[in-house]
Each structure stands twice: as structure tokens, then as C-alpha cells.
Design a protein around this ligand. Structure first.
Ligand code: 26W
Length: 803
């Protein structure tokens, strides 16, 4: 559409005038963003059409990745890079006096996810397209993504987020592909032509409208589709209050649910899940029938991946379609379904394992409930044959028990593959949380260690570092991230390390400038940037970090000559709105920050920054500026973590526990590439199973620990007694479920060591480079390659028609 800078400028100016109805001088950055966005989408459209055509005519198997979250962030610059038009556009705009960064600011983050699980889905989309794999995303077009966080007086306040307020330039609404989703009503069964048939009567219908978003691969002509569904009112059912009906219908896709395990049993969430699954399956079946005509070999041509249990109703829904619509027998339908569906587990935290009470489920989804009941009955019968008389085991494993439907059990029974997201996590699933299932179906379990797209988290987020790398080892690492390993040849190259240092320094200065502009706080860019960014959760132990900072403060108070290399502790985290304890920790971080900032001696060495409204685009600014990556979850609790990989790839050195993918980072970089501390997963699990940890003993017997814990409530912090008593109680009386006090001393020691190594510049820089060099394994290209080969059985389909 435009191949050089001048052509681009002409086209842009024309588009700008047409869209804004203004002369160039009157236009504003948002007009520029909208004009450019539409141009880029058009630029993609030919390849998009052709990719779809390739997929339609190819005999290849297709995969559909169903996820309740896709945390895309901003996509403009990633699209420019992937389409290979970044330089033309940037220079063309610059000729017109428009900085590309200013336009990027205008794009809202598509915040359709809470954290790791949603961002993983977004990274996977990028890798699928970049590897030319026939893989499509199916999700929900929430009108409001994750809430916007404001901090008022140190407290988190949630505001609704409005990413769609200026329209979404990347999407295409497809009215003609709308489908109807039934809820409520009743099921009648009939005996017809020698078989039992079922009709769902008096249902209330909701229309699902697809909005397709193109996902461009990296300079390869492939454009895949992310289809996001939006709920609208159907032709109104008779006898209902129309306004109320419309409101209730649209509510289904109004808000993203925060990952709040304390907020269970919400019928709207169940509606969202069935809505996603039913709409997606309608579309998948339609595409398949258009391609193939007959249903029987469906499982050979289609794979449906469920991202955690949220889309697990794909199992009974596919059964329903095969039985009620295609008249297959139960056995035939089960054979196809259980060869089509594969499932990823993302957590072992029992409170996050989904369960639905039958009394909510059954009236909302009557036909689906019948099928789940039947699946359960047959499953229990199989268990009975395998373990005759072992009632306890059967009760533990049943899909429905005590009037609850256990979604993970349904997922395992109805799929051919169950994977964890890091080696340690998969082992814990197999040996502990899902041990019964692993014994019964050992062949279903496998590991796929998570990954991140290096095209966003290195190439896009850190262009300076990317250039340094390409100058040193060529740019093949962009296609083959394993090539980053060639950087290990520079570990002792002083001149190279100097350049690495300069780039980090530049990004730290940039970040400091941003913090000054947004939060009017001056931070010292020569200090160590110690970064803790992730959802706020007790198991992630932001509390351990802040208690340790209080301890450093105490050391300064005790000895005014005690000095250590200055550090800026950077936090970014949203707490789920109903998660009281997590919100207390946010308040604690702010209270300590405030106290330290008032102490003229302490503030020379310690600064604390809490970045408001942490989100993907902010992560892209923080990560390249990080020196230390805090990955300090209680061992065994973090399934994988992916922030650890992003930080590593940008040369931050991990201070972490042997948890999730930290273990694999450790295996890559070795003892000299990471700072490991704390209990191992085995030790934590042993304590949990056999007891033996008494936090009160730690509290009473370790003076330094007692001191910081007491300071929570003894007047050291303003309003401490009222504000932080719940934290104090959890640590002392509640026996410190996440072993914060148990790991405290070991954490303090490793932090001290990290500070010392930082000052040995060449040693530190070499450590930092080692992390970059061995981060290629953590590219989602590797992860997706493994899913494609070992689970999905799909192969690349190049877009031969690409321009
Ligand atoms: C209440 C329902 C619910 C519970 C938890 C919804 C959503 C969640 C999450 C936010 C789940 C999640 O994000 N898990 C994370 O998945 C990442 C990708 O696999 C892992 O790297 C993280 O360790 C894991 O916490």
C-alpha cells in the first residue's frame, strides 16, 4: 500500500483529512493515531484475507485457543514492526513533525486480562502467527477491561476502564457471523426414530457478535485472527421488560472479572464462560463443515485448547452439538470430543480451582447440565471398574460431588492432554494436586514451560538493546531466539559490557523522567532499580519485600554510618477489588515509602516507588530499566511466572525462590547468574503436610524479625494499629501461611549479596548479559513449537499468496 516514506506521507495526510474532517494544522495526536491505525489495518487486510483463504483450502489441522482473557496491551508499534513498516512510518511521521511515541501514547491498552494467564494468551497469538501456524484465538470483547487503579492516600481506588471510548481501530465487526446462545428454559426429551432426542425449550437467547482482530506474524505475510465476542440482545422474548432484558444481556460482556477467588458463585461469570464457549464452537463447527462437509473426522482436523478451566464447558458443548445436531451416539461423540480438547492448568492454589454449585448451574444451562451429569456417571463407572470398592478415591475424583461441579476434573476427563506451565508445576500436579488423575491417566499429563514473545519484550520494548545485540551477533535471533546464546561469547568483553551498561543507564534515566512527569517524584537513576511487578497476592510476597525494606531502614537508624549502595524499590501491582489483605499491603508499601522519604539519611539509600495503574504498556517501560527482578513467591505456589522471563531477557538479574520457571532460569544461567534463597517447594509442601512450622517461634526468637513485625502495629507507622493489624495477625497468630518470616533471613542475606555484586561492575554486567544470552529458551516461539508438535499436531501453513 505504501512502500516508501513519501508515499506513506501522502497517504497519511489524505487519510487524516478524510477521517478527521480537519486541516492538518487543526488535527491532534488522537486524530493521527486513528488515521494511522486504520491505514495499518488496511495494510494488513490483503494478507489477512489470503491467510484465511490458505487455511480454508489447506487440509491442515487448525487449532483454536479459547481463553477468557487476552491481555494485548497496545498493538500499533508491534504491528508496524511485524509488518516491516516501522522505519518508513516513523520517519514519514517525523517529517511531518509527529513523533511516533506521541501516537503510541494515544492507543489505549487492551486490558482484557488480569495478569499472567491473559498475557500468555497474547504472547501465544504473536508466536502462532510468527511461526505461520494455523492457530486462532477466541475470547471476549469486554467493554471494560481490568479496572484503572488510582492511589489515593496510599489506598487503591478502582475506576472503570474505557478502552473502547474512541472505538477500537484494530477490530472488524462481523454481523453476518453472529450466533444465538441459549440460556435458561427447560429440556424435553422425545423418542424419535429409535433414539432419544432432546429439545431445549423456552430458552432466552443472547446474540453473540464477533469482532475479529488481525494478528500479524513477524515479516512473513501470515495474519491470524483473534475473534472477540460481544453480547447483544436478540429479538426480544415475549412478555419481558425489554430494557431489563437488554441490560441483562449486555452485562454478559460488560466487565472482565477480576481474579478474585473470594468472589465465587457469580452467575454472570458462568454466563460469560458458556457464552464464550458456545459462540466459539458454533463458529469452529461452521468453518469446519464449510471446509470438510462431514463431522466424523473432526478430531483429525481441529484442536480446541482450553486456557485453564474457564472455557471447560467446551467439552459438554461439543458433546451437545455432536449428539443433538449431528445425531452421533454418545460413544461416537465422546470419542471425538476427548480427542479434540486439550487443557492447560495454571494454578495449584486450591482456592483458584473452579467449582460451580449445581443449583446455579442447572437452571442456567439445563441441557449442558444433563450432559455433565452423564459424563460424571460414566466417568465414575470407569473409576469403579479400575478401583472397585475404593469409594473415597471415587468421591475425590468425581466431577460432581456434594452438589458442586469441579471444573478441573471435567477438564481432565474430557481432554486428551493436560499440561502444566513449568517443570516444577507439572511435577506438583502429577505428584500431588492431581495425583489421583495422574495415576488414572498418566499418558495425558505433560509439561510445556511458558514463554514470552521476544518480539514484544525485547525487540519492541528495548530497541536500544536489540540494536546492540544485532550489531554483535546479527539479527537472526529475531527469527531464532536461541541464537541469543551467541552473546555468551561477550561475557568477558569489557567494551561490550560497557555498552550494555550505557543502554541500561539510558533506560533508567528515561524511566526516572517518566516517574517525575507522572508522579512528581525524583528518583536517582544511578541507584539499583529493584523491581517487583505482578498482581498483588499474598503468595507472591510483596510483603516480604516491604518488610525487608523496613529492616534496612532499621539498620540505618541503629547505625547512622551504615551504608549500602542506594536502591530504588519499584513496585507495580493491582489488587483484586475484593481482596482486603492485598489492599492492606498496598497501603503498607505507601506508608513505608512515605516514612522513609521523610528521613534525610535513609532516603539517600532507599527510595520506594509504587507505579500507579500497572499494565502491559507500563511493564514495557519498567522492564528495560530493571537491574534486579524480584521473583520471591513462596516455593510451590507460582505455577510458572512470566515476568521473570521478561526481566531476564532485558538483563535484570533475578532474586528469587526455587519456584515456577525460576527453577529453569537457574538451570540455564547457573549459580553465578541468579540469586536464589528460601525454602524449596519440597520443604514448603512438607511443612504444609506434616506441620512443624511455627511462625510465632520465628517472631519471638529473631530480634530483627520481631522488630519489623511489631513496627506494623506499635505506632512506628501512622495508624499502624488500625491499618496493619490484619497483616500482623496473619504473620504471628495465623502462622504465616506463606512463610514470610521463615524466608526472611535468607532473603535479607541474598539481597545484601546482590548489592555487593552490583558494585563489582564487570561481574554484574557479565551476569546481566548471561541472563540475556540464555533467555532465548523462554521465547514463546519455543513454547508454541512444543504445543504444535507434541499436543496439537499442527504444521506451518505459509501464506503463498502474501504480497
Ligand atoms: C477466580 C478465577 C481466576 C483465578 C485465577 C481467574 C484468573 C486467575 C489467574 C489470574 C490465573 C493466572 O494468571 N495464573 C498465572 O498463569 C501464568 C501463565 O501460565 C503463570 O505464569 C502464573 O504463575 C500463574 O499465576
Amino acid at each position: 500500500m505504501f512502500s516508501d516514506r513519501d508515499e506513506f506521507k501522502l497517504a497519511f495526510l489524505k487519510r487524516l483529512e478524510m477521517m478527521s474532517g480537519k486541516g492538518f494544522q487543526e488535527t491532534n495526536p488522537n486524530d493521527h493515531f486513528m488515521a494511522l491505525g486504520h491505514m495499518v489495518r488496511e495494510h494488513i487486510s490483503m494478507d489477512w484475507i489470503n491467510s484465511n483463504e490458505q487455511y480454508r483450502i489447506s487440509k491442515n489441522k487448525q487449532v483454536y485457543y479459547l481463553s477468557i482473557e487476552f491481555l494485548l496491551g497496545k498493538v500499533l508499534v508491534q504491528n508496524l514492526l511485524n509488518l516491516g513498516i516501522y522505519d518508513v512510518v516513523k520517519e514519514g511521521l517525523s517529517d511531518l513533525g509527529i513523533p511516533l511515541e506521541e501516537l503510541e501514547e494515544m492507543e489505549p491498552d487492551a486490558g482484557l486480562g488480569n495478569g499472567g494467564l491473559g498475557r500468555l494468551a497474547a504472547c501465544f497469538m504473536d508466536s502462532l502467527a510468527s511461526l505461520q501456524l494455523p492457530g486462532h484465538g477466541c475470547g471476549i470483547r469486554y467493554r471494560h477491561g481490568l479496572f484503572e487503579q488510582k492511589i489515593v492516600d496510599g489506598y487503591q481506588v478502582e475506576l472503570p476502564e474505557h478502552w473502547l471510548k474512541n472505538g477500537h481501530v484494530w477490530e472488524v465487526r462481523k454481523n453476518d457471523l453472529a450466533v444465538e446462545i441459549p440460556f435458561w428454559g427447560r429440556v424435553e426429551s422425545h423418542f424419535r426414530d429409535g433414539r432419544l432426542t432432546f429439545s431445549h425449550l423456552d430458552a432466552e437467547y443472547v446474540t453473540a457478535i464477533p469482532y475479529d482482530v488481525p494478528v500479524a506474524g513477524y515479516k512473513n505475510g501470515t495474519v491470524n485472527t483473534l475473534r472477540l465476542w460481544s453480547a447483544e440482545a436478540s429479538p426480544y422474548p415475549a412478555g419481558r421488560d425489554i430494557l431489563k432484558y437488554k441490560r441483562e444481556t449486555e452485562a454478559i460482556t460488560e466487565f472482565l472479572y477480576p481474579d478474585d477467588a473470594h468472589d465465587e458463585g457469580k452467575i454472570l461469570r458462568l454466563k460469560q464462560q458458556y457464552f464464550l464457549v458456545s459462540a466459539s464452537l458454533s463458529a469452529i463447527i461452521k468453518q469446519y463443515i464449510d471446509r470438510k462437509g462431514v463431522i466424523n473426522d473432526f478430531a483429525d482436523h481441529v484442536c480446541i485448547h482450553i486456557n485453564d478451566t474457564h472455557p471447560v464447558l467446551a467439552i459438554p458443548e461439543l458433546m451437545r452439538i455432536l449428539i443433538d445436531r449431528f445425531s452421533l451416539s454418545w460413544e461416537e461423540a465422546w470419542d471425538i470430543t476427548s480427542k479434540t480438547i486439550c487443557y492447560t492448568n495454571h494454578t495449584t492454589l486450591s482456592e483458584a480451582l473452579e467449582k460451580w454449585p449445581v443449583h446455579l448451574f442447572k437452571p442456567l444451562l439445563p441441557r449442558i447440565f444433563m450432559i455433565v451429569e452423564e459424563i460424571n456417571e460414566r466417568f465414575c463407572k470407569e473409576l469403579w471398574e479400575a478401583y472397585p470398592g475404593d469409594w473415597e478415591r471415587i468421591e475425590r475424583m468425581a466431577i460432581i460431588s456434594h452438589s458442586q461441579i469441579k471444573m478441573a476434573h471435567l477438564a481432565i476427563a474430557g481432554s486428551f492432554s493436560v499440561n502444566g506451565v513449568a517443570h516444577l508445576h507439572t511435577e506438583i500436579l502429577k505428584e500431588r494436586e492431581m495425583n489421583d488423575f495422574h495415576q488414572f491417566y498418566p499418558f495425558k499429563f505433560n509439561n510445556k514451560t511458558n514463554g514470552i514473545t521476544h518480539r514484544r519484550w525485547l525487540l519492541k520494548a528495548n530497541p536500544e538493546l536489540s540494536s546492540l545485540i544485532s550489531n554483535a551477533i546479527g539479527d537472526q535471533w529475531i527469527h531464532h531466539p536461541d541464537e541469543l546464546e551467541r552473546l555468551s561469547g561477550f561475557l568477558n568483553d569489557g567494551a561490550f559490557l560497557q555498552q550494555l551498561d550505557m543502554i541500561k543507564q539510558k533506560r533508567k534515566e528515561q524511566f526516572a523522567k517518566r516517574i517525575w512527569e507522572k508522579q512528581q517524584i525524583a528518583i536517582d537513576p544511578t541507584s539499583i532499580f529493584d523491581v517487583h511487578i505482578k498482581r498483588l497476592h499474598a503468595y507472591k510476597r510483596q510483603l516480604l519485600n516491604i518488610l525487608h525494606i523496613m529492616h534496612l531502614y532499621n539498620r540505618i537508624q541503629d547505625d547512622r554510618s551504615f551504608k549500602f549502595y542506594p536502591r530504588t524499590f519499584i513496585f507495580g501491582a493491582k489488587a483484586s477489588p475484593g481482596y482486603y489483605y492485598a489492599k492492606k499491603i498496598i497501603k503498607l508499601i505507601h506508608t513505608v515509602a512515605d516514612k522513609i522519604s521523610r528521613d534525610p539519611v535513609a532516603r539517600e539509600c532507599i527510595q520506594i516507588i509504587f507505579t500507579e495503574n500497572y499494565r502491559v504498556s507500563l511493564a514495557e517501560e519498567i522492564i528495560p530499566a530493571a537491574d534486579i527482578s524480584e521473583q520471591i513467591s513462596t516455593a510451590s505456589k507460582e505455577a510458572s511466572g512470566t515476568g521473570n522471563m521478561k526481566l531476564m531477557m532485558n538483563g535484570a538479574v533475578t532474586v528469587g525462590t526455587m519456584d515456577g520457571a525460576n527453577v529453569e532460569i537457574y538451570e540455564k544461567v547457573g549459580t553465578n547468574g541468579i540469586f536464589i534463597f528460601g525454602l524449596t517447594a519440597e520443604e514448603v509442601l512438607r511443612y504444609q503436610q506434616q506441620g512443624g512450622y511455627h511462625s510465632a517461634e520465628y517472631y519471638h526468637h529473631h530480634e530483627e524479625i520481631k522488630r519489623v513485625v511489631d513496627q506494623l502495629v506499635d505506632g512506628f507507622l501512622p495508624d499502624g494499629a488500625e491499618e496493619f493489624l490484619p497483616i500482623f495477625d496473619s504473620l504471628v497468630d495465623g502462622n504465616d501461611q506463606y512463610f514470610v518470616l521463615r524466608d526472611f533471613a535468607s532473603y535479607a542475606a541474598i539481597q545484601e549479596k546482590a548489592g555487593e555484586v552490583y558494585q563489582k561492575r564487570d561481574e554484574w554486567l557479565s551476569m546481566s548479559l548471561k541472563n540475556i544470552a540464555y533467555s532465548g529458551y523462554f521465547s514463546s516461539d519455543r513454547t508454541i513449537g512444543q504445543y504444535a508438535e507434541e499436543i496439537w499436531g499442527i504444521h506451518p501453513v505459509p501464506n503463498f499468496l502474501a504480497k
